[in-house]
Write a protein that binds this ligand. Structure first.
Ligand code: COA
Length: 263
């Protein structure tokens, strides 16, 4: 992505829909291209052992999980199917225990990942770094997540390199912003790049809250966490109105970020 602020406006023929199984391959291509050279991926993977096939298999598993347990939106232009992908996990009250269904879905995901690892190996994933990142992320979230109703968590946002800077990312994010704002629930994300992403997300009303430094002694990676506050709900209603939303998710973090790469 260019560092200068682009001026092109969103394509008027842009179509946004929920991800369908038939879209998965095109969505993965967009994700892999958008995350080429991503600093977090460079830190967590040994690039010499990186396997695009494994990455494709991994993303397929996670997208199928996300279709059931999260909310995945894709943007289509007349020229390109799945020019953009946004994956969200809906809010879950911070003190709520996982349900049996959450538990079952986690196990299904785990078994599918086990099958993938058996078939493809780790594909260059540096497992110690992965756990270091998870630990740092968990500490950070427990310090900055203060909203009792939870957060809409954007696990992944990727716009095809040919389509960046044209307003597609913002339009794609707006799908969930509208739901979150109506519920009075904030949104959350972690970006692997300060420049230019923090500025881009500020244009979407996120504010920078903290960074997560993951350092294993041989290399550091920093992730930048940002929150988009919900506007005050008119008429003095509080966030409990979110119960009426039809768009509730499981609130699980599916660790999709390290898979969103290409060698
Ligand atoms: C980051 C990313 C998702 C943004 O999507 P996008 O479609 O390129 O962004 P948009 O065109 O919708 O821009 C949103 C706003 O940021 C501004 N903006 C876009 N690129 C910018 C840049 N390089 N510098 C400063 N501002 C920028 C736009 O002008 C717009 O503001 P406005 O609505 O006030 O005019 C996309 O560029 C991308 O996929 N990057 C690579 C992968 C990545 O980093 N993903 C995010 C991981 S957290």
């Amino acid at each position: 992505m260019a560092d200068s602020k682009p001026s092109s406006k969103p394509n008027s023929q842009l179509q946004i829909s929920r991800l369908e199984v038939a879209d998965i391959d095109a969505a993965i291509t967009t994700i892999q291209l958008a995350f080429a050279g991503d600093p977090f991926a460079d830190w967590i993977y040994d690039r010499s052992k990186f396997s695009p096939k494994r990455n494709h298999a991994s993303l397929t598993i996670r997208m199928k999980w996300g279709m059931r347990n999260g909310h995945i939106y894709v943007a289509h232009t007349p020229e390109r199917r799945c020019a953009g992908v946004a994956m969200w996990v809906g809010p879950k009250p911070l003190d709520e225990k996982p349900t049996w269904d959450d538990w079952w879905q986690d196990w299904m995901l785990w078994f599918r990942q086990l099958g993938m690892n058996t078939r493809f190996g780790r594909g260059g994933l540096k497992v110690e770094r992965y756990y270091l990142w998870k630990e740092s992320q968990s500490k950070l979230q427990s310090s900055v997540w203060t909203n009792p109703e939870g957060y809409w968590f954007c696990n992944i946002l990727a716009i095809h390199p040919d389509c960046q800077g044209k307003g597609i990312g913002k339009k794609l994010m707006q799908e969930v912003f509208d739901i979150a704002d109506a519920e009075g629930v904030p949104c959350y994300l972690e970006s692997s790049k300060f420049e230019p992403n923090v500025k881009i997300y500020e244009r979407m009303k996120f504010r920078f809250v903290s960074d997560i430094k993951c350092d294993d002694g041989n290399g550091t990676c920093t992730l930048f966490s940002m929150i988009r506050d919900a506007p005050a709900i008119k008429g003095g209603e509080d966030e409990s109105t979110s119960e009426s939303s039809e768009a509730e998710g499981s609130g699980k973090d599916v660790d999709i970020l390290p898979d969103a790469v290409i060698p």
